[in-house]
Write a protein of this length. Structure first.
Length: 229
């Protein structure tokens, strides 16, 4: 049924969103005199607005926290507090890569039978670093780091690697980025939800649940692939 399997990285192979959540908690503490709901809502709005400027990733998130802190304090936030925000961002970039359960064994197993592609969006430097630190790089025939994931992005990747859409399977945690566009170009998809999802990724066009598969965890993937093949 397919020759090549694509994998998302963040929150599919290793923990990522939980790191953002922990940093956001620190941010609330810095602005503790302001309602947490207001802080979260303003940060979310600024972060999404800034995607078109800074793209996806930690650096854009840091800029958005700084902007939010200035906005909510009417410019009265002091330099030490700004430095705390920047340092929290540096901590995010240095955070160890922690693979999700079953990932190493599943990737190792599947790489012996299929060509594997890693397709992730975000800051080039940060994502390259995470791929290397994950210890998984050797299992992938190619790594694609993109600014966004949509139908055109996937079409270009498949064209570049000479892969027929009908022979491609994508694995990911995000309906918006990993499943909907893949199904819409005629490829196969398996959704493996992460325990927490960024609000921005929750918004996506409706898609018939019969057009993709869903698993509780990646350890079940080899069995499903055997059934699909």
């Amino acid at each position: 049924m397919f020759d090549v399997i694509g994998f998302d990285a963040d929150d599919t192979l290793w923990h990522n969103e939980s790191i953002f959540n922990m940093t956001q908690e620190k941010f609330r503490e810095i602005l503790s005199h302001i309602s947490p709901e207001v802080v979260d809502k303003t940060l979310s709005s600024n972060h999404i607005k800034n995607l078109k400027v800074f793209g996806y990733g930690i650096k854009g998130f840091i800029f958005s926290m700084v902007e939010t802190s200035i906005e909510l304090t009417n410019g009265e936030i002091n330099g030490n507090e700004i430095l705390k925000i920047i340092d929290s961002g540096k901590d995010m970039l240095a955070e160890p890569i922690v693979l999700l359960p079953h990932v190493k064994g599943v990737i190792d197993m599947l790489s012996k039978k299929y060509s594997l592609l890693l397709i992730t969006k975000g800051d080039l430097f940060d994502q390259e670093s995470k791929v290397v630190r994950s210890g998984l790089a050797e299992y992938f025939t190619a790594v694609e780091i993109v600014s966004d994931k949509n139908c055109e992005t996937y079409k270009k990747i498949l064209y570049r690697h000479n892969i027929a859409a009908s022979r491609f399977l994508m694995i990911g945690n995000s309906m918006r980025s990993d499943i909907v566009p893949i199904v819409n170009i005629g490829s196969h998809a398996v959704h493996i939800p992460y325990h927490t999802t960024w609000d921005h990724e929750k918004k996506h066009p409706y898609i018939d649940p019969k057009k993709f598969k869903k698993l509780n965890h990646i350890g079940l993937l080899p069995g499903l692939i055997e059934e699909m093949a």
